[in-house]
Design a protein around this ligand. Structure first.
Ligand code: ADP
Ligand code: ADP
Length: 231
């Protein structure tokens, strides 16, 4: 589903250049739910942004869903992102003055879908996260866990092939975190590949596999290269 070979990312400012990724090589199979762990500053968010086609990189090769996406124009990257990729962020990233329904609609408008099709997808996604009765609420009128579920619905409405989550439970108490994790597991069980950055070793243990990033390079906790794919 996702394969990086020797990916490098260098951030340059006037005075310093930072090798955020030195030579990152890793693979995620279709249907996996993997955790990406590693110390602060090791390159996890940089990896996720590159994998999610939000950022470009400086060397190496990246193949997503069978297509080499190493050297694409901004427009091509944005098109693939809109069709294949969903994002969930630690800070939810909902638009504060749009209600629940309109927040979920945002990426669907990006994709230029007809309003009837958008309406169907929005309601189905909100149904799936248990918020069908909160369509008119503003984000500020919801709990943190509910806001994250709106963000999950927004990602789901686009029927992504792969979902990238950056510390999705980082701002939630343990009960809400568990609720969000259960939801992600359910989504994964229905076929969406999920790559989740987390600091929480407890959560990481629940995943199929952990990819550990240290100093811009990756290693697997366990070698599953010859293990059968679970689904
Ligand atoms: P993590 O998510 O593991 O904490 P990041 O991917 O955010 O790590 O950062 C990796 C390295 O790249 C860090 O040294 C960080 O300071 C640097 N970095 C990240 N984003 C930028 C940026 N926009 N400009 C300059 N340096 C950056
Ligand atoms: P475009 O190139 O299609 O105009 P942008 O690159 O301006 O899109 O995206 C703006 C922001 O919207 C991104 O930084 C990202 O956080 C968010 N975004 C884009 N696509 C998606 C998506 N499919 N799901 C969730 N958020 C998205």
């Amino acid at each position: 589903m996702l394969k990086m070979e020797g990916v490098q990312k260098i951030y340059r400012t006037d005075l310093v250049q930072t090798h955020a990724l030195r030579s990152l090589s890793l693979e995620v199979e279709e249907g996996e739910f993997v955790a990406v762990t590693g110390p602060s500053g090791s390159g996890k968010t940089t990896f996720l942004n590159i994998a999610g086609l939000l950022e470009t990189f400086d060397g190496g090769r990246y193949t997503l869903d069978g297509k080499d996406v190493s050297r694409l124009s901004d427009r091509e990257r944005s098109k693939i992102r809109n069709v294949k990729i969903g994002f969930i962020f630690q800070s939810f990233n909902l638009i504060p003055d749009l209600n629940v329904y309109d927040n979920v609609d945002v990426p669907l408008r990006y994709r230029g879908l007809a309003s009837g099709e958008r309406d169907r997808r929005i309601k189905e996604a909100l149904e799936r996260v248990g918020l069908a009765s909160r369509l008119k609420h503003l984000p500020s009128q919801l709990s943190g866990g509910q806001q994250q579920r709106v963000a999950i619905a927004r990602a789901l409405a686009g029927s992504p092939r792969i979902l990238f989550a950056d510390e999705p439970t980082g701002n939630l108490d343990s009960l809400m975190a568990r609720e969000v994790m259960n939801m992600l597991e359910e989504i994964n069980a229905q076929g969406t590949t999920i790559v989740m950055v987390t600091h929480d070793p407890e959560l990481a243990r629940r995943m199929h596999r952990n990819i550990h990033i240290m100093d811009g390079q990756a290693s697997d906790f366990e070698d599953r290269s010859d293990a059968p794919v679970d689904r």
